[in-house]
Design a protein around this ligand. Structure first.
Ligand code: AHG
Ligand code: MN
Ligand code: MN
Length: 342
Protein backbone atom coordinates (compact mmCIF):
# COMPACT_ATOMS: atom_id res chain seq x y z
CA UNK A 1 0.00 0.00 0.00
CA UNK A 2 1.29 3.45 -0.86
CA UNK A 3 2.35 5.48 2.13
CA UNK A 4 0.54 8.81 2.19
CA UNK A 5 2.95 11.74 1.84
CA UNK A 6 2.80 14.64 4.29
CA UNK A 7 1.27 17.71 2.67
CA UNK A 8 3.50 20.77 3.09
CA UNK A 9 1.79 24.09 2.53
CA UNK A 10 3.58 27.16 1.17
CA UNK A 11 3.31 28.78 4.62
CA UNK A 12 4.90 25.80 6.37
CA UNK A 13 7.62 25.48 3.73
CA UNK A 14 8.58 29.14 3.98
CA UNK A 15 8.95 28.86 7.75
CA UNK A 16 10.96 25.63 7.48
CA UNK A 17 13.30 27.27 4.94
CA UNK A 18 13.76 30.59 6.72
CA UNK A 19 17.40 29.75 7.43
CA UNK A 20 18.09 29.85 3.64
CA UNK A 21 17.51 33.57 3.66
CA UNK A 22 20.52 35.72 4.56
CA UNK A 23 18.59 38.66 6.00
CA UNK A 24 16.12 39.05 8.87
CA UNK A 25 14.17 35.83 8.83
CA UNK A 26 10.54 36.83 9.14
CA UNK A 27 10.56 39.61 6.54
CA UNK A 28 10.83 37.58 3.36
CA UNK A 29 8.42 35.00 4.72
CA UNK A 30 5.84 37.70 5.23
CA UNK A 31 6.45 39.12 1.76
CA UNK A 32 6.01 35.73 0.10
CA UNK A 33 2.95 35.10 2.24
CA UNK A 34 1.44 38.40 1.07
CA UNK A 35 2.12 37.53 -2.57
CA UNK A 36 0.57 34.08 -2.02
CA UNK A 37 -2.58 35.64 -0.56
CA UNK A 38 -2.98 38.09 -3.46
CA UNK A 39 -2.35 35.22 -5.91
CA UNK A 40 -5.27 33.25 -4.45
CA UNK A 41 -7.59 36.23 -4.83
CA UNK A 42 -6.44 36.83 -8.41
CA UNK A 43 -6.84 33.12 -9.12
CA UNK A 44 -10.45 33.25 -7.94
CA UNK A 45 -11.18 36.10 -10.35
CA UNK A 46 -9.27 34.47 -13.22
CA UNK A 47 -11.41 31.37 -12.78
CA UNK A 48 -14.53 33.50 -13.04
CA UNK A 49 -13.32 35.47 -16.05
CA UNK A 50 -15.72 33.76 -18.43
CA UNK A 51 -18.67 34.16 -16.06
CA UNK A 52 -18.73 37.74 -14.97
CA UNK A 53 -18.30 40.91 -16.87
CA UNK A 54 -14.78 41.47 -15.61
CA UNK A 55 -13.04 40.69 -18.87
CA UNK A 56 -12.91 43.05 -21.78
CA UNK A 57 -11.10 46.27 -22.37
CA UNK A 58 -11.28 49.05 -19.84
CA UNK A 59 -10.69 51.37 -22.70
CA UNK A 60 -7.38 52.57 -21.28
CA UNK A 61 -3.88 52.10 -22.65
CA UNK A 62 -1.09 51.02 -20.27
CA UNK A 63 2.37 52.59 -20.09
CA UNK A 64 3.61 50.16 -22.75
CA UNK A 65 1.00 51.49 -25.17
CA UNK A 66 -1.07 48.32 -24.93
CA UNK A 67 -4.78 47.88 -24.23
CA UNK A 68 -5.56 47.33 -20.54
CA UNK A 69 -7.97 44.55 -19.66
CA UNK A 70 -10.03 44.74 -16.50
CA UNK A 71 -8.33 41.70 -15.04
CA UNK A 72 -4.89 43.34 -15.42
CA UNK A 73 -6.11 46.20 -13.32
CA UNK A 74 -7.74 43.91 -10.80
CA UNK A 75 -4.55 41.85 -10.40
CA UNK A 76 -2.45 44.99 -10.13
CA UNK A 77 -4.71 46.38 -7.40
CA UNK A 78 -4.67 43.09 -5.47
CA UNK A 79 -0.89 42.75 -5.40
CA UNK A 80 -0.40 46.40 -4.53
CA UNK A 81 -2.91 46.27 -1.72
CA UNK A 82 -1.51 43.00 -0.28
CA UNK A 83 2.02 44.43 -0.33
CA UNK A 84 0.88 47.76 1.06
CA UNK A 85 -0.88 46.20 4.04
CA UNK A 86 1.82 43.55 4.61
CA UNK A 87 4.34 46.13 5.80
CA UNK A 88 7.53 44.62 4.31
CA UNK A 89 7.61 46.48 0.99
CA UNK A 90 8.37 50.19 0.53
CA UNK A 91 7.97 50.45 -3.26
CA UNK A 92 6.55 48.64 -6.28
CA UNK A 93 7.43 48.86 -9.96
CA UNK A 94 4.50 47.44 -11.90
CA UNK A 95 3.96 46.94 -15.62
CA UNK A 96 0.65 48.73 -15.19
CA UNK A 97 2.04 51.92 -13.61
CA UNK A 98 4.31 54.34 -15.39
CA UNK A 99 5.95 55.51 -12.16
CA UNK A 100 6.98 53.46 -9.13
CA UNK A 101 4.38 53.17 -6.37
CA UNK A 102 5.69 54.49 -3.08
CA UNK A 103 4.44 52.91 0.11
CA UNK A 104 4.90 55.50 2.80
CA UNK A 105 3.92 55.75 6.42
CA UNK A 106 2.48 53.18 8.78
CA UNK A 107 4.25 49.86 9.15
CA UNK A 108 5.92 50.18 5.73
CA UNK A 109 7.89 53.24 6.81
CA UNK A 110 11.14 51.34 7.32
CA UNK A 111 10.45 48.34 5.07
CA UNK A 112 13.61 47.04 3.41
CA UNK A 113 12.29 45.54 0.17
CA UNK A 114 11.11 46.71 -3.23
CA UNK A 115 9.17 44.58 -5.70
CA UNK A 116 8.97 44.62 -9.48
CA UNK A 117 5.88 42.88 -10.81
CA UNK A 118 4.02 41.91 -13.95
CA UNK A 119 0.66 41.41 -12.23
CA UNK A 120 -0.96 39.69 -15.20
CA UNK A 121 1.20 38.21 -17.90
CA UNK A 122 -0.26 36.91 -21.15
CA UNK A 123 -3.27 39.17 -20.86
CA UNK A 124 -4.25 38.67 -24.50
CA UNK A 125 -5.12 35.09 -23.47
CA UNK A 126 -7.70 36.09 -20.83
CA UNK A 127 -10.64 36.21 -23.23
CA UNK A 128 -9.84 32.79 -24.69
CA UNK A 129 -9.43 30.76 -21.49
CA UNK A 130 -5.72 30.08 -21.97
CA UNK A 131 -3.12 30.09 -19.17
CA UNK A 132 -1.92 33.42 -17.83
CA UNK A 133 0.40 34.34 -14.98
CA UNK A 134 2.05 36.75 -12.57
CA UNK A 135 5.81 37.37 -12.34
CA UNK A 136 7.60 39.04 -9.42
CA UNK A 137 11.09 40.02 -8.36
CA UNK A 138 12.23 41.14 -4.89
CA UNK A 139 15.23 43.35 -4.10
CA UNK A 140 16.61 44.93 -0.96
CA UNK A 141 16.41 48.69 -1.27
CA UNK A 142 19.61 50.74 -1.66
CA UNK A 143 18.24 53.85 -0.03
CA UNK A 144 18.14 54.43 3.70
CA UNK A 145 15.07 53.16 5.54
CA UNK A 146 14.63 56.70 6.89
CA UNK A 147 13.90 57.94 3.37
CA UNK A 148 11.11 57.29 0.93
CA UNK A 149 12.29 54.73 -1.64
CA UNK A 150 13.12 55.92 -5.16
CA UNK A 151 13.64 54.65 -8.71
CA UNK A 152 17.30 53.97 -7.95
CA UNK A 153 16.26 51.21 -5.58
CA UNK A 154 15.11 49.30 -8.66
CA UNK A 155 18.20 49.96 -10.77
CA UNK A 156 19.96 46.82 -9.58
CA UNK A 157 21.17 43.96 -11.77
CA UNK A 158 19.25 40.69 -11.49
CA UNK A 159 22.15 39.07 -9.63
CA UNK A 160 21.05 41.11 -6.60
CA UNK A 161 17.51 39.73 -6.48
CA UNK A 162 16.80 38.20 -3.07
CA UNK A 163 13.82 36.24 -4.33
CA UNK A 164 11.75 35.85 -7.47
CA UNK A 165 8.82 33.81 -8.61
CA UNK A 166 5.82 33.34 -10.81
CA UNK A 167 2.26 32.17 -10.54
CA UNK A 168 0.64 30.29 -13.40
CA UNK A 169 -3.14 30.27 -13.57
CA UNK A 170 -3.48 27.16 -15.70
CA UNK A 171 -5.21 23.80 -15.70
CA UNK A 172 -4.08 24.00 -12.11
CA UNK A 173 -2.68 27.08 -10.39
CA UNK A 174 0.94 26.98 -9.30
CA UNK A 175 3.31 29.28 -7.46
CA UNK A 176 7.01 28.74 -8.16
CA UNK A 177 9.74 30.68 -6.37
CA UNK A 178 13.41 30.85 -5.48
CA UNK A 179 15.41 32.64 -2.83
CA UNK A 180 18.67 31.53 -4.42
CA UNK A 181 18.67 28.08 -2.84
CA UNK A 182 16.94 26.10 -5.57
CA UNK A 183 13.45 26.34 -7.00
CA UNK A 184 10.28 24.95 -5.48
CA UNK A 185 6.79 24.72 -6.95
CA UNK A 186 3.45 24.68 -5.12
CA UNK A 187 0.09 23.72 -6.55
CA UNK A 188 -3.07 25.36 -5.27
CA UNK A 189 -5.46 22.82 -3.77
CA UNK A 190 -8.78 24.60 -4.28
CA UNK A 191 -10.52 22.34 -1.77
CA UNK A 192 -8.43 23.72 1.12
CA UNK A 193 -7.36 27.02 -0.47
CA UNK A 194 -3.65 26.34 0.11
CA UNK A 195 -0.60 26.17 -2.12
CA UNK A 196 0.92 22.72 -1.43
CA UNK A 197 4.48 21.66 -2.25
CA UNK A 198 4.15 19.59 -5.42
CA UNK A 199 7.43 20.22 -7.29
CA UNK A 200 10.33 20.23 -4.80
CA UNK A 201 13.80 21.24 -6.05
CA UNK A 202 12.78 21.81 -9.68
CA UNK A 203 15.44 21.28 -12.34
CA UNK A 204 15.16 22.16 -16.01
CA UNK A 205 16.44 19.41 -18.33
CA UNK A 206 19.82 20.31 -19.90
CA UNK A 207 18.20 19.95 -23.32
CA UNK A 208 14.72 19.39 -24.69
CA UNK A 209 12.67 19.10 -27.85
CA UNK A 210 10.69 22.33 -27.73
CA UNK A 211 11.46 25.74 -29.18
CA UNK A 212 9.06 28.60 -28.42
CA UNK A 213 9.13 31.76 -30.49
CA UNK A 214 6.55 33.83 -32.33
CA UNK A 215 7.52 32.76 -35.84
CA UNK A 216 5.04 35.22 -37.31
CA UNK A 217 7.76 37.82 -36.80
CA UNK A 218 10.31 35.71 -38.70
CA UNK A 219 11.17 38.23 -41.38
CA UNK A 220 12.08 40.78 -38.72
CA UNK A 221 14.34 38.46 -36.69
CA UNK A 222 18.12 38.86 -36.54
CA UNK A 223 20.01 36.42 -38.80
CA UNK A 224 21.30 34.49 -35.79
CA UNK A 225 17.72 33.68 -34.73
CA UNK A 226 16.68 32.79 -38.29
CA UNK A 227 19.60 30.39 -38.57
CA UNK A 228 18.89 28.89 -35.14
CA UNK A 229 15.25 28.25 -36.14
CA UNK A 230 16.50 26.44 -39.25
CA UNK A 231 18.80 24.39 -37.01
CA UNK A 232 15.81 23.47 -34.80
CA UNK A 233 13.93 22.22 -37.87
CA UNK A 234 16.69 20.10 -39.40
CA UNK A 235 16.59 16.34 -38.85
CA UNK A 236 19.39 14.96 -36.66
CA UNK A 237 18.82 11.84 -34.57
CA UNK A 238 21.77 12.46 -32.21
CA UNK A 239 20.38 15.78 -31.03
CA UNK A 240 16.70 14.80 -31.15
CA UNK A 241 15.90 17.15 -34.02
CA UNK A 242 13.69 18.33 -35.56
CA UNK A 243 12.40 20.00 -32.41
CA UNK A 244 8.74 20.72 -31.77
CA UNK A 245 7.40 24.26 -31.96
CA UNK A 246 5.16 25.38 -29.07
CA UNK A 247 4.07 28.98 -28.49
CA UNK A 248 1.22 29.94 -26.19
CA UNK A 249 1.82 33.68 -26.12
CA UNK A 250 1.88 33.82 -22.32
CA UNK A 251 5.51 34.02 -21.27
CA UNK A 252 4.80 32.36 -17.91
CA UNK A 253 3.03 29.42 -19.55
CA UNK A 254 5.64 28.94 -22.28
CA UNK A 255 8.40 29.24 -19.70
CA UNK A 256 6.74 26.84 -17.25
CA UNK A 257 6.24 24.16 -19.90
CA UNK A 258 9.88 24.40 -20.92
CA UNK A 259 11.00 24.28 -17.26
CA UNK A 260 9.24 20.96 -16.83
CA UNK A 261 9.86 19.36 -20.22
CA UNK A 262 13.03 21.08 -21.40
CA UNK A 263 13.09 23.65 -24.17
CA UNK A 264 14.05 27.15 -25.18
CA UNK A 265 11.94 30.32 -25.27
CA UNK A 266 13.11 33.21 -27.43
CA UNK A 267 11.77 36.74 -27.72
CA UNK A 268 14.47 38.39 -29.79
CA UNK A 269 14.97 41.91 -30.97
CA UNK A 270 13.08 42.63 -34.16
CA UNK A 271 13.48 45.33 -36.74
CA UNK A 272 10.51 47.10 -35.12
CA UNK A 273 11.59 46.56 -31.49
CA UNK A 274 15.39 46.58 -31.31
CA UNK A 275 15.28 45.72 -27.59
CA UNK A 276 12.66 43.03 -27.97
CA UNK A 277 9.31 43.21 -26.21
CA UNK A 278 9.80 41.76 -22.75
CA UNK A 279 10.63 43.88 -19.73
CA UNK A 280 13.91 43.33 -17.93
CA UNK A 281 12.80 44.07 -14.36
CA UNK A 282 9.60 42.11 -14.06
CA UNK A 283 9.72 39.54 -16.86
CA UNK A 284 13.33 38.68 -17.81
CA UNK A 285 15.17 39.00 -14.47
CA UNK A 286 12.85 36.96 -12.24
CA UNK A 287 12.56 34.14 -14.78
CA UNK A 288 16.34 34.27 -15.38
CA UNK A 289 16.96 33.89 -11.63
CA UNK A 290 14.62 30.88 -11.49
CA UNK A 291 16.15 29.36 -14.63
CA UNK A 292 19.70 29.58 -13.32
CA UNK A 293 18.63 28.17 -9.97
CA UNK A 294 17.07 25.25 -11.85
CA UNK A 295 20.27 24.65 -13.85
CA UNK A 296 19.24 26.48 -17.04
CA UNK A 297 20.52 29.59 -18.79
CA UNK A 298 19.13 33.04 -19.62
CA UNK A 299 20.72 35.46 -22.05
CA UNK A 300 19.95 38.44 -24.24
CA UNK A 301 21.62 36.54 -27.08
CA UNK A 302 25.06 37.54 -25.99
CA UNK A 303 25.23 38.43 -22.30
CA UNK A 304 23.81 36.94 -19.12
CA UNK A 305 20.45 38.56 -18.36
CA UNK A 306 21.18 38.77 -14.62
CA UNK A 307 24.22 40.98 -15.21
CA UNK A 308 22.48 43.63 -17.27
CA UNK A 309 22.45 47.00 -15.51
CA UNK A 310 18.97 48.54 -15.76
CA UNK A 311 18.58 52.28 -16.19
CA UNK A 312 14.81 52.49 -16.57
CA UNK A 313 12.05 50.59 -14.78
CA UNK A 314 10.19 49.57 -17.95
CA UNK A 315 13.35 48.74 -19.88
CA UNK A 316 13.08 45.94 -22.44
CA UNK A 317 15.51 43.19 -23.33
CA UNK A 318 15.71 40.38 -25.86
CA UNK A 319 15.34 37.03 -24.05
CA UNK A 320 16.77 33.58 -24.76
CA UNK A 321 15.85 31.35 -21.82
CA UNK A 322 15.51 27.71 -20.88
CA UNK A 323 17.53 24.50 -21.12
CA UNK A 324 21.23 25.24 -20.71
CA UNK A 325 22.51 23.49 -23.85
CA UNK A 326 19.79 24.93 -26.06
CA UNK A 327 20.39 28.52 -24.97
CA UNK A 328 24.12 28.01 -25.38
CA UNK A 329 23.55 26.78 -28.94
CA UNK A 330 21.30 29.75 -29.76
CA UNK A 331 24.01 32.10 -28.45
CA UNK A 332 26.51 30.41 -30.78
CA UNK A 333 24.25 31.24 -33.72
CA UNK A 334 23.87 34.83 -32.53
CA UNK A 335 27.62 35.21 -32.26
CA UNK A 336 28.17 33.76 -35.71
CA UNK A 337 25.39 35.50 -37.66
CA UNK A 338 24.31 38.57 -35.70
CA UNK A 339 26.14 41.56 -34.41
CA UNK A 340 24.33 42.64 -31.29
CA UNK A 341 25.13 45.28 -28.73
CA UNK A 342 25.36 44.68 -24.95
P1 AHG B 1 1.75 41.05 -20.95
O1 AHG B 1 0.44 40.36 -21.12
O2 AHG B 1 2.19 41.12 -19.51
O3 AHG B 1 1.81 42.38 -21.64
O4 AHG B 1 2.89 40.15 -21.60
C1 AHG B 1 2.72 39.65 -22.91
C2 AHG B 1 4.04 39.10 -23.35
C3 AHG B 1 4.34 37.67 -22.92
O5 AHG B 1 3.49 37.11 -22.00
C4 AHG B 1 4.27 36.88 -24.19
O6 AHG B 1 5.24 35.88 -24.21
C5 AHG B 1 4.50 37.90 -25.25
O7 AHG B 1 4.03 39.11 -24.75
C6 AHG B 1 3.77 37.56 -26.50
O8 AHG B 1 4.03 38.54 -27.44
P2 AHG B 1 3.73 38.33 -28.99
O9 AHG B 1 2.24 38.29 -29.12
O10 AHG B 1 4.37 39.49 -29.66
O11 AHG B 1 4.36 37.01 -29.38
MN1 MN C 1 4.05 40.10 -19.39
MN1 MN D 1 1.17 42.07 -17.88
Amino acid sequence: MNEKKRVITLGQFIIERQADFPYAKGELSRLLRDIGIAAKIVNREVNKAGLVDIIGDMGGINVQGEKVKKLDVFANDQFISALRSGGECCGIASEENEEIILIEGGISQDAKYVIAIDPLDGSSNIDVNVSIGTIFSIYRRNSSTNDICNTNDFMQPGTLQVAAGYIIYGSSTMLVYTTGKGVNGFTLDPSIGEFCLSHPDMKIPASGKVYSINEGNYVHFPDGVKQYIKYCQVEDKDTNRPYTSRYIGSLVADFHRNMIKGGIYIYPSTAKSPNGKLRLLYECNPLAFITEQAGGKASNGKSRILQLQPDEIHQRSPLFIGSFEMVEKAEEFMLKYSQIEA
